[in-house]
Design a protein around this ligand. Structure first.
Ligand SMILES: Nc1nc2c(ncn2[C@@H]2O[C@H](COP(=O)(O)OP(=O)(O)OP(=O)(O)O)[C@@H](O)[C@H]2O)c(=O)[nH]1
Ligand SMILES: [Mg+2]
Ligand SMILES: [Zn+2]
Ligand SMILES: [Zn+2]
Ligand SMILES: [Zn+2]
Ligand SMILES: [Zn+2]
Ligand SMILES: [Zn+2]
Ligand SMILES: [Zn+2]
Length: 394
């Protein structure tokens, strides 16, 4: 048991480093510099990356490149769900770092930055900010240049200080040839202008990631829907559930006897019978008008009325238990009425009477069992999942 738990934590898969930010802020080019990839990058204006992609590295990190999101008209929830689903598909349930790339001096772009901060917060409310690194593009003084993003994060984050960094690429295409040459030669100038070559960028970013003490679980399997049975992260549940629960009897009708059985005598009368044997009288005939043959139980002549009361049906003494069986519900005889249908109509599924509530719970719309997979039964925008928390043992 202990061993299993130990293994469990050892086998923990790679942790994600997720890059988020507006188009052209350098998500793809930063990944290139940190991992040696050659992802297509843009000129900083037109969107380039159009879907999430992952790049694993030796540090047990998987870098996730995402599409830029600036459009104030695109639904945050959709963008968020796309990313979370992507991480889920990649089996990346833990995030080591969210690198939030921002334009320098975006203090006025508060709508976009607020949206981005809100989205980041959705990964793990408040806690996620321990794992966020703001990287400011083309910045000589990142703390200053990133203050728009820092401010936007304050709505969600109560950390005293966020991790912020930034730099200017040595291969920034906006440098003139002269500027580039100067930078190349003069390390002091690079230092003071915060210009980094590829190796510097890589070590700067990795160092910031290393400052993060622990990764954070962002995908859970902690909810279950009572209506459709799905289990998972409540933010990743399907968009359909069942409509409404109703109780039905699925089995149709049948006719049965509903009460117990008992022994009884089918005749209601007694008859008089002799219990003894017929015997011949010892003395000669004619004596006192008696016949030669008599019943030895009572000494009456053969043919005379019996001496003891018996059940007419079975000719057994009246104290004997019943010779037949019947149902107490309708008095029907079990033997002679064999094959006839029962006296009461009931539900075949559960053998209960017609007034009883349905024995099976199903969806009113699709008829499938309540708690079974809903397919496309009913939109959760009309009827949300009926969630309960589940606790999984290790
Ligand atoms: N991050 C960063 N990029 C710079 C810098 N200087 C110039 N760039 C250029 O800015 C562009 C950034 O583009 P990408 O890396 O494609 O940006 P992105 O965030 O992946 O953009 P989308 O994929 O469109 O969302 C590249 O052409 C970089 O060379 C700098 O100092 N930092
Ligand atoms: Mg890109
Ligand atoms: Zn249904
Ligand atoms: Zn039933
Ligand atoms: Zn009956
Ligand atoms: Zn008798
Ligand atoms: Zn009888
Ligand atoms: Zn459901």
């Amino acid at each position: 048991m202990e061993l299993q738990q130990f293994n469990g934590s050892c086998e923990a898969g790679p942790e994600a480093v997720l890059l988020l930010g507006s188009t052209g802020t350098g998500k793809s080019s930063t990944i290139n510099k940190c991992t040696g990839q050659s992802i297509k990058i843009g000129d900083g204006y037109k969107p380039v990356t159009t879907h999430c992609d992952s790049y694993p590295t030796y540090e047990n990190l998987t870098w996730i490149d995402t599409m830029g999101f600036d459009d104030p008209d695109i639904d945050d929830n959709e963008t968020f769900q796309d990313m979370l689903r992507y991480l889920h598909r990649q089996n990346l349930t833990k995030v080591k770092a969210i690198i939030w790339t921002v334009h320098p001096g975006t203090i006025r772009q508060d709508a976009t930055l607020n949206k981005q901060a809100k989205l980041i917060n959705m990964f793990a409310e408040k806690d996620i900010w321990n794992n966020v690194i703001i990287i400011c593009k083309q910045s000589m003084n990142p703390e200053y240049d990133a203050r728009g993003a820092i401010q936007a994060s304050c709505n969600y984050n109560n950390l005293p200080k966020l991790k912020v960094t930034g730099y200017r690429f040595l291969d920034d295409p906006s440098f003139t040839a002269e500027q580039y040459n100067l930078m190349e030669e003069n390390i002091e100038l690079r230092k003071v202008s915060n210009v980094l070559d590829n190796e510097n960028v890589r070590s700067r970013v990795l160092q910031k990631i290393e400052e993060i003490p622990t990764s954070i679980q962002i995908i859970f399997k902690d909810y279950r829907c009572r209506a459709c049975g799905v289990e998972g992260d409540h933010r990743l549940l399907p968009l359909f559930c069942h409509m409404e629960k109703e109780s039905v009897h699925p089995g149709g009708y049948t006719k049965e006897h509903t009460k117990s059985t008992e022994r009884y005598h089918s005749s209601k009368q007694y008859v008089l019978e002799h219990t003894g044997k017929l015997k011949k009288r010892m003395f000669s005939g004619g004596c006192m008008g008696k016949k030669q043959t008599y019943h030895d139980c009572c000494d009456r002549d053969k043919g005379d009325e019996g001496c003891e009361e018996m059940w007419a049906c079975c000719k057994k003494p009246v104290e004997n238990e019943g010779c037949g069986w019947r149902y107490t519900c309708c008095q029907m005889d079990m033997e002679s009425d064999k094959g006839k249908e029962g006296c009461e109509t009931i539900y075949a599924c559960c053998q209960s009477d017609l007034k009883s509530e349905g024995c099976k719970q199903v969806c009113k719309k699709c008829g499938l069992a309540w708690g079974s997979k809903a397919n496309e039964c009913y939109s959760t925008t009309l009827n949300p999942h009926d969630l309960e928390r589940v606790v999984h043992s290790v």
